[in-house]
Design a protein around this ligand. Sequence first.
Ligand SMILES: NC(=O)c1ccc[n+]([C@@H]2O[C@H](COP(=O)([O-])OP(=O)(O)OC[C@H]3O[C@@H](n4cnc5c(N)ncnc54)[C@H](OP(=O)(O)O)[C@@H]3O)[C@@H](O)[C@H]2O)c1
Length: 272
Amino acid sequence: MKYFKVGGQDVPAIGLGTYLIKGEEAVKTIEQAIDIGYRHIDTAQLYENEAEVGTAIQQSSVDRSDIFLTTKVWPTRISEEDFIPSVEDSLRKLKTDYVDLLLIHWPNKDIPLRESIKELIKAQEQGKAKHIGVSNFPINELARSIGAGANIVCNQVEYHPYIDQSLLKSWMDHNNILMTAYCPLAQGRVIQDRSIQKIAEEHGKTTAQIVLRWFMEQENTLAIPKSSNIDRLKANLEIFDFKLSTEQINVINELAKPSQRFVRSSIEPEWD
Ligand SMILES: NC(=O)c1ccc[n+]([C@@H]2O[C@H](COP(=O)([O-])OP(=O)(O)OC[C@H]3O[C@@H](n4cnc5c(N)ncnc54)[C@H](OP(=O)(O)O)[C@@H]3O)[C@@H](O)[C@H]2O)c1
């Protein structure tokens, strides 16, 4: 595994995405994932599985302190009135008194950013979050968040071989902010990609492994692939015994022309 240091804490560069995994399946999948070595788990209020994530961590043989746990506050709950109670609600469900990383899930044009950031900082000061960050924030909102006094360590955004995030990435690298790639497999679309299949054959790996390795070749970049299949969960960790050549990396980089975004939302900001 590759790790990044955040405030002295090791953050595994591959985490487990949990969107759309619910109920008993969520408990089972997350327990299995922890069993085979996942130590970084990504959830959100939106996913309606925080309780299952909490149960799986509690039932696992691994200490809570050895897991890097992220949750996200939904944008309708980021006002001064709602923010802290919503985090308390998440922590109750997660059966823990802190998360390692607390993110604002999307910016909300109807609530002043300064107000939400103040609450995010408050959650950290109260010990409810070790680290704080954002998700789906373009440069403008990121800069304003930092300007409002937050130590933003991470921005979780859509990132895969079909989307060009170079502008945002270089700004974030310059400001020492980690990029966590969500939908790293483009929701499964990369699996059938002919160019990536060719590279996969050259390494005796799968297309998913090639793409996850491509993230690991980049600085300050984490990825949180989701799988509810034990074999694929394992495979997604088996990416540290080979490297991509510069030529292979360039082939994958070219796939983002034209840049394609698959997560669209009525609340999305103006992207960079
Ligand atoms: N911050 C945000 O706004 C935001 C938005 C979207 C997602 N996210 C986070 O990012 C995580 C990942 O995104 P995502 O779940 O949308 O998409 P993804 O991880 O890009 O792709 C998941 C799909 O790929 C398949 N898959 C996984 N590993 C595979 C492998 N080795 N070989 C073949 N297929 C494989 C999965 O199927 P199986 O399960 O059948 O293996 C699933 O259909 C989410 O779960 C969530 O935690 C955050």
